[in-house]
Ligand binder design. Structure first.
Ligand SMILES: Cc1cc2nc3c(=O)[nH]c(=O)nc-3n(C[C@H](O)[C@H](O)[C@H](O)COP(=O)(O)O)c2cc1C
Ligand code: SF4
Ligand code: SF4
Length: 276
């Protein structure tokens, strides 16, 4: 039996949950195949369980995740799917699960379990990341939930979390989702700025999972393919990247990434050194 696990992760939460899911399948005797997604890659091979783990961005799936699901090879065997989304707020996952379930069903992968797992919020221009102790407690709970959900998937249980719009209500949530996904994500990259503390190290360019940063004259320049994953902003060693800081707090907020998650793209697909 084989389980294929695909994820997208800016700061390591979704990677961690995907790796827990992988380990649980493996200890149940499954052959596993864990890969982070890039645009249209890697293809999903013939498998017995199709598993996906993505963050929530403004009440929906990241653009790159929806595009990946939309292009999955059609499954004639109706391979069961497992969808975990990680979000900073358990009452604010919006339509992320519903979108994923619909896109997967359209490609012939009926979703058996789809759930939100609360992990620390990485949208650090808006929220300060939790204190390290609180973050550790939250990620510990998230890891445990992921393990239990994978075990439930393996027993054949069915459970799909409904749409959750409690924080902003239906109207507010719809507005936020439309603003971000129809307009914002195509424009927000233009709001990244670097402060004078940038030393031109180029880490942001090397780390970006979508190749959206180019160094020009020793400074990063962003482009439209940016997914707003916040990896560049949260990993910059001198906290030189800001966004919307003329409106909010920018880089004065505490940064976040899952401890031990590497920003190096060449180490991302498998577990390798990441494994913890
Ligand atoms: C642009 C952006 C939008 C976000 N929107 C939401 C949201 O609507 N609801 C939510 O619960 N979390 C939201 N978050 C928080 C992330 O979903 C959460 O921190 C996630 O676990 C990050 O996963 P990663 O570390 O794998 O990138 C948002 C984060 C970013 C960067
Ligand atoms: S990672 Fe930070 S310091 Fe390094 S080039 Fe990018 S913005 Fe500048
Ligand atoms: S530019 Fe920054 S926020 Fe955008 S995709 Fe790359 S690392 Fe993520």
């Amino acid at each position: 039996m084989k389980a294929s696990i695909r994820y997208f992760s800016g700061t390591g939460n979704s990677w961690r949950i995907a790796s827990v899911c992988t380990d649980t399948f493996r200890s149940s005797g499954y052959e596993t195949d864990l890969e982070s997604i890039r645009r249209g890659w890697p293809p999903l091979p013939a498998t017995d369980a199709a598993c996906f783990c993505f963050p929530v961005y403004s009440l929906d799936l990241p653009r790159i995740a929806s595009a990946y699901l939309r292009r999955l090879p059609p499954s004639e065997r109706q391979v069961p799917a497992f969808l975990l989304v990680t979000g900073g707020d358990p009452d604010n996952c919006g339509w992320a699960i519903e979108s994923g379930v619909r896109l997967l069903a359209e490609r012939g992968y009926p979703v058996r379990i789809a759930e939100l797992i609360q992990m620390p919020d990485n949208w650090t221009p808006f929220h300060s990341a939790p204190e390290p102790v609180a973050a550790e407690r939250m990620t510990g709970r998230g890891v445990e939930t992921a393990r239990k959900l994978t075990e439930r998937f393996l027993t054949g249980e069915m459970c799909v979390k409904p749409v959750s719009l409690r924080k902003f209500g239906r109207l507010g949530s719809m507005l936020l989702r439309v603003l971000f996904h129809r307009r914002g994500v195509f424009k927000l990259w233009q709001l990244f700025r670097v402060t004078g503390t940038c030393n031109g190290c180029g880490l942001c360019e090397r780390a970006c999972p979508t190749g959206s940063i180019r160094m020009q004259a020793g400074r990063p320049v962003w482009s439209i393919t940016c997914e707003q994953c916040m990896r560049c902003l949260n990993y910059c060693p001198s906290r030189s990247i800001t966004q919307l800081d003329f409106l909010l707090h920018g880089s004065s907020h505490r940064a976040y990434h899952y401890p031990g998650f590497t920003h190096r793209k060449d180490e991302l697909p498998g577990l390798g050194e990441n494994r913890s």
